[in-house]
Design a binder for this molecule. Structure first.
Ligand code: AMP
Ligand code: MG
Length: 427
């Protein structure tokens, strides 16, 4: 192995190699479909106020507050009901002093009215009951044929001006930022955009990654392995990791240990994608096919365990990272070297590292940074006590599946006592 570097050196070199990914192009997505999980490229500004117009917060009666100021239980104020306003298209007639209109939640409050008295505070009690059946003609404005009982209302509680009236802009003012750039769009963000009449959102185009598994022993997880064959864990794992970090998988390949086939595959991957990821064929064995196929790439030994053998460089101008083949090594490599860069390129924040206390003492070889698999001792409490799961073997995929975090043991550390504080990388 030519070069030996530490983890921070390799992280810095990978960051330099991938610096060009930071400037993502943008595209438009519809609020109707395809916006979920995408990352906003720019602030979304309200094109107008929300609510758009003064409307009622309750089912009740729109009144002038001054007309009902004296109302109280036992001393009601009786007003003629001169109309009916529903949440429906149109503009209600102005309210004359000394009158009321029946109004529904969300309906425009007539000019001249400055408060809404909830139906519960009147002798109507509800608009659904027998008491009010003659007046249940939603959509009718400015009065209509009402039964006698609905043509007046007894109000038993006064309301101050503004009560139960939603003012325009009280949710968001025209020109104000509704959603910030970098927001990962969830249903409540889509709701706010749609409510503002924004049908298209500008999002970042995710980094497109080619995931290339190498190894003549590999078969797909839905194939029957013959003697000496194993299922490809890295392809599906890294494809999932890419998507989880905000990227997209532009190509998935599994290639045998034939340098020419690998070369052809990687050139194709480079032509199609922003970044090429390979696994396998980078250690010290006899058939290290990625090394053989990519003479222009730097292969080095990083002082870490697992994930020591690493490659980085360019193929046909496109950045390539070569991860080791052992599945635990490949996944740890992704977390340590690529995850945050990919997230950053997609506009996502880095995954925050979490301090924790070791559940039991450990020993660690000198000179190599260990990334042990760890599990929260009390499932409910992340960031409390963490226990090592599985052994150091980088083939232990099932143990890794039981882990919540990677426990980061510095290269110089050879022993940590029970209760010692460690930094963990959430998986
Ligand atoms: P290599 O670095 O190619 O020598 O691979 C190291 C070990 O990881 C070998 O035992 C391989 O069989 C295994 N390995 C390589 N690639 C994969 C993969 N995609 N899925 C599962 N195991 C793999
Ligand atoms: Mg191999």
């Amino acid at each position: 192995m030519s070069e030996r570097v530490d983890v921070e050196q390799h992280r810095a070199d990978v960051a330099r190699l991938l610096a060009g990914l930071a400037d993502r192009p943008t595209e438009e997505v519809s609020v109707h479909q395809g916006a979920l999980g995408r990352v906003l490229a720019s602030d979304v500004v309200a094109p107008g106020p929300l609510p758009r117009f003064r409307n009622s917060q309750m089912d009740g009666f729109a009144v002038r507050a001054a007309d009902v100021a004296s109302a109280a239980p036992g001393v009601p104020v009786t007003l003629p009901v001169v109309g009916d306003v529903a949440a429906a298209p149109g503009e209600p007639a102005p309210l004359e002093p000394g009158t009321a209109v029946r109004i529904m939640t969300g309906a425009p409050v007539p000019d001249g009215a400055d408060a809404v008295v909830p139906v519960e505070d009147t002798d109507h009690v509800t608009f659904n009951g027998a008491r009010d059946e003659g007046a249940r003609d939603n959509g009718v404005r400015g009065g209509g044929a009402h039964r006698d009982s609905a043509t007046k209302v007894e109000i038993v509680r006064g309301r101050a001006a503004g009560e139960f009236v939603r003012e325009p802009g009280s949710d968001v003012a025209e020109g104000a930022v509704v959603l910030r750039a970098g927001t990962v769009l969830a249903p409540h963000h889509v709701a706010a955009a749609a409510a503002c009449g924004i049908a298209q959102l500008t999002v970042r185009v995710p980094v497109s990654v080619a995931v290339v598994s190498t190894g003549s022993e590999l078969v797909a997880p839905d194939e029957e392995p013959g003697p000496g064959q194993i299922w490809d864990a890295n392809g599906p794992a890294l494809a999932a990791a890419v998507v989880a970090a905000g990227g997209q998988v532009g190509l998935r390949l599994a290639v045998p240990d034939d340098p020419e086939v690998v070369r052809t595959g990687l050139e194709r991957a480079a032509a199609l994608c922003d970044l090429v990821l390979t696994t396998g064929g980078v250690s010290q064995g006899a058939y290290e096919v990625v090394k053989d196929a990519l003479p222009e790439v730097t292969f080095r030994s990083v002082a870490m365990q697992p994930g020591g053998p690493q490659g980085l460089g360019r193929v046909a101008g496109r950045p390539v990272l070569a991860f080791p083949g052992n599945p635990v090594s490949a996944q740890v490599s992704f977390v340590v070297f690529l995850r945050d860069l990919l997230r950053q390129a997609g506009g996502l924040p880095p995954v925050r590292q979490v301090p924790a206390a070791l559940d039991a003492a450990i020993v660690s070889p000198a000179g190599k940074r260990q990334l042990l698999r760890g599990r929260w001792v009390d499932d409910a409490v992340a960031g409390a006590r963490v226990a090592v799961v599985g052994g150091p073997g980088s083939h232990l995929v099932a143990s890794m599946a039981a882990a919540d975090v990677l426990i980061d043991v510095p290269a110089a550390t050879t022993r940590l006592d029970e209760g010692a504080e460690v930094i963990t990388w959430p998986l």
